[in-house]
Design a protein around this ligand. Structure first.
Ligand code: GRF
Length: 256
């Protein structure tokens, strides 16, 4: 396969972005980062992109949400926004929950995601990498990136051994639970929260002398190795989706 193009979304420090850019530079990865996007204008990841002369943009989720609320929802939704279709697909709220709160949630998501898609439009890319992007993506966005459901192309890294501890702070949840093993997971993004098919995982021991801080730093170090490895499997066309019971899983093909 030819060198692949990566789009990367970040919300914060961007150390995973850095690890991916370094893996591209050192040819460990036959890929290039073609854009970096963020929901946070102050993300340090944006500075890392600038330093590497990679184009970047910001979709200001907070501003978009405020604007929606200030105008009591009287804002122009994307023309192709189909609330019913989204409510049917989403796996974030219980099926029977379809009231105003849930509807506003998906309307605001679609407004922000339309902006994200507009910002991404100038760039062609093979894989969209969520490298510490702290926003949930809705079916509106996912369907417009994953044009072929058999070939998902949004990859996320999560700071826990999924399916344990989905959500915002996997390392804290792992540590607070008293786990003796922690880890990180790379998975494709689906309509749920951190629930998509797992591509790869790495684990580490949690010793009695560990603190939340040491757990975070052990985990992050593994993330920097895991993410490029998983992107590499994608670039080598070695990730195949298959059905196992009720679950879609990734089968990793051996190298050719
Ligand atoms: C990582 O721990 C990632 O797993 C989580 O957020 C953190 C991002 O770190 N989702 P960085 O921005 O890549 O330094």
């Amino acid at each position: 396969m030819a060198r692949i193009k990566l789009g990367v979304l970040v919300s914060g420090g961007g150390s995973n972005l850095q690890a991916i850019m370094d893996a591209c530079d050192s040819k460990q990865l036959d890929a290039e980062v073609v854009f970096v996007g963020s929901d946070n204008p102050d993300a340090k990841g944006l500075d890392r992109a600038a330093k590497a002369s990679i184009p970047s943009f910001v979709t200001d989720y907070d501003r978009i949400r405020r604007n929606y609320l200030e105008n009591q929802g009287a804002v122009m939704l994307p023309e192709d926004f189909d609330l019913e279709d989204i409510l049917e697909k989403q796996c974030l709220f219980p099926e029977q929950e379809t009231g105003q709160r849930v509807q506003s949630f998906f309307r605001i998501k679609a407004l922000a995601e339309r902006d994200l898609l507009e910002n991404m439009k100038p760039f062609s890319f093979d894989l969209l990498v969520l490298a510490g992007f702290m926003r949930i993506l809705s079916p509106y966005f996912i369907d417009r990136v994953n044009r072929d459901p058999e070939k998902p192309r949004i990859m996320n890294i999560h700071p826990a051994l999924l399916p344990s501890f989905p959500g915002l702070d996997g390392y804290a949840d792992t540590f607070d639970y008293g786990c003796k093993v922690g880890g990180c997971t790379v998975h494709f993004v689906d309509y749920g929260e951190d629930s998509g098919p797992i591509v790869g995982q790495k684990s580490f021991d949690i010793k009695p002398e560990d603190t939340l801080e040491t757990v975070r730093s052990k985990g992050l170090e593994l993330e920097w190795a895991l993410f490029p490895e998983c992107i590499r499997l994608f670039s080598e066309n070695r990730l195949i989706l298959e059905q196992r019971g009720h679950k879609r899983v990734v089968r990793v093909l051996p190298p050719v």
